[in-house]
Design a protein around this ligand. Structure first.
Ligand code: ADP
Ligand code: MG
Length: 254
């Protein structure tokens, strides 16, 4: 049965999507069977895997709103072990459509059950908000992986994030746990990056991964070619970091 991991931080631009694309690819290269779910209406994870999201007949939208069978929606990728449940721009309206629907927080959870046996890990890329789409992700996931950018206001918003997690634990998902905290866009040459890491470690203790993702231009360039870092720049610092993260992630499961 798959373990579900939501990549979550309501702040935008912290590296959720980059992590989602490249960590899942690294895990698939290690032989794990992965499903990536893109519930961000912007669909950057989907396009990062080279999917033309505007031309899709069906997307995660149909699963959430109409309860369509995921097996009809999931797409294969150029990686044998990696499948994706793509996003679609229509998803932007789903937040509002969901408001009056029964079990509005559990729509995705209900539709995932019949594909869980086919995967080792299911990763969800969350939008940068605390709306109903994010709540659907938090309600169904086993753990959250929190990327934090090495910047001056890194911890800003973290108490709100932890508050959301604890509210979800009290109601929708009592088993919810923190998978790990990932420092992104780390620059070892600056004192600031090192200070931010110290602060985050103070707060999250051993939840913080030893692997940190460096600021690497290749990571930022790859999505515009619809490629993961392993296709675009396999020898880059970015690809090495995400491979190391995948190994640390797996080690922590044991
Ligand atoms: P989020 O999904 O949290 O909004 P993204 O993964 O889209 O964040 O990252 C925000 C921007 O920063 C994107 O343009 C992305 O290409 C870039 N980026 C992310 N991680 C790195 C990194 N380690 N080095 C350089 N640029 C990065
Ligand atoms: Mg994103």
């Amino acid at each position: 049965m798959a373990k579900i991991v939501a990549v979550f931080n309501q702040k935008g631009g912290v590296g959720k999507t980059t992590t989602n694309i490249n960590l899942t690819t690294a895990l698939s290269l290690e032989g794990y069977r992965i499903l990536v779910i893109d519930i961000d209406p912007q669909g950057n994870t989907s396009s990062g895997f080279g999917i033309e999201k505007n031309n899709l007949k069906k997307s995660v939208y149909n699963a959430i709103i109409h309860g369509d069978d995921l097996k009809e929606i999931i797409l294969t990728t150029s990686y044998e072990n990696l499948h994706i449940l793509p996003s679609h721009p229509d998803l932007a309206g789903a937040e509002i459509e969901l408001t009056n629907m029964p079990q509005r927080e559990l729509r995705l959870k209900n539709s995932i059950e019949n594909v869980k046996p086919f995967y080792d890990y299911i990763f969800i890329d969350c939008p940068p908000s605390l709306g109903l789409l994010t709540i659907n992700a938090l309600a169904m996931t086993n753990t959250v992986l929190i990327p934090i950018q090495c910047e001056f206001y890194a911890l800003e918003g973290v108490s709100q994030l932890m508050n959301t997690i604890s509210l979800v634990k009290q109601g929708l998902n009592p088993q919810l746990e923190i998978e790990g905290v990932l420092m992104t866009m780390f620059d070892s040459r600056t004192n600031l990056s090192n200070q931010v890491v110290d602060e985050v470690v103070d707060y999250f203790k051993d939840k913080v991964y030893e692997t940190m993702i460096p600021r690497n231009i290749r990571l930022a360039e790859a999505p515009s070619y619809g490629q993961t870092i392993f296709e675009y720049a396999n020898a880059s610092k970015g690809s090495k970091a995400y491979l190391a993260l995948a190994k640390e992630f797996i080690q922590r499961q044991e």
